[in-house]
Design a protein around this ligand. Sequence first.
Ligand code: GLU
Ligand code: ZN
Length: 491
Amino acid sequence: MTTRVRYAPSPTGLQHIGGVRTALFNYFFAKSTGGRFILRVEDTDRERYSDESLQDLFDTMNWLGLDWDEGPEKGGAYGPYIQSERSEIYRRYAHKLVEKGYAYYCFCSEERLEALREEQKNSKSDHQGYDRHCRDLSPEEQNAKLKEFRDAGKEPVIRFKLPLSGATVMEDLLFGKITRKNSDISPDPVLLKSDGFPTYHLANVIDDHLMEITHILRAQEWIPTGPLHVLLYRAFGWEPPKYCHLPMVMGKDGQKLSKRHGSTSAREFRESGYLPEAIINYVTMVGWSYDDKTEFFTKEELEKVFSLEKINKAPGVFDYKKLDWFNGQYIRKLSPEDLAARLMPYLQKAGLCSDPATEKEKAILAGAVPLVRERLKKLSDISEMIRFLFKGVSVDDKTILIPKNGTPETTADILRWLAGYTEAFFDRSDEENEAVLRAEAEKRGVKIGDLLHPLRVAVTGTPVSPPIFETMRLIGKETSSERVRRAAGLF
Ligand code: GLU
Ligand code: ZN
């Protein structure tokens, strides 16, 4: 049997990193078993749907290179499956369930349901949710109401007739048997809404069946709906797929991962310059491991070695520091050319380079890459790191030029000496320059850092910069000398 799995997000918000993990697990499971990966957009909740979320879903899949294997034809390309385009199918199946006696029309008005909710809120009764008012209408009553509705151009909703007693068991590959009393399921859930759109339950079950999904890998938070879905499969006379719910992703404090912990949307990670390679690797390791030691996997490797057996039943911990570390490692694996190409958009966004970049800008960046690659955690760090290569520096507050143990007087004196030396600097090697600065520091009874600090701030405008000698060579003799002179002039 060929494995067939799907990632089935609802475009009602930006792609969450937990959703990304679900997508990755599905994708790698499909690949590692020679199966097929399907993308299905569950967009039948039209109130919560947004175009922006749909676009974000595509951007995310594209960024991570998660291509789906099939879908309806669309102008030469295919897919994904979009539920809002399949309403007719769900309607047909919902009516089939009514015919078979597993579902029924509900004619209750919004006002009646609202009044019911109010009443239940105020009374202490155990009974919550729909009161099954329309469940046992006689065929005559039902037909009369149906006619009345349709004459008025309306459609009633269709509700599922839940068994009143008993319990339903869902088998989960990871969590084992999950049993739920049927009386604990919210009474007679709506399958088809009055706008003709299906609810999540109906569309999800029908599609998983029609698309011949073999395994449902989805977030743990969907476990509560599982038994209802099993009942729906039974009503249709279908075999449910195998379930494998995925343990939740949490922050280091044991709480569900949220804004409080840091970025949670794929877009934030993308925009701040995490490499897709690093996200794929790290996020797959949240709750899955190959063995106790191997940490680095390329996408191609994961396509081979991923397996459900190695999913950890305990919640996965998302460690932002670890991700930063992974990202740094991946940044350093890139060739200088590749890294420069990926950095350029960040410089353009910061307004430091033009778009398209000029040859000169490209050359400056190429020169800077070897100086910054060891220090970049994420690509967006680049603009602050090398702003001074593209823009003039202005030291507004001259006290930042003063080293820890210095005074305005000693600093002014050092800067004047440096201003006199900068021209000569460019005729010497780094070793020679270091020796000269060291000797000068000794003569003044200070540390070499007390000379390097004002030099660095003068040239780059900040006390942290890439290695200062290389940086000066990148900026050139003229600009470097001018900046040091200007800084000396501040005192
Ligand atoms: N549309 C649901 C979601 O937003 C899908 C749940 C499932 O995978 O069955 O996650
Ligand atoms: Zn009703």
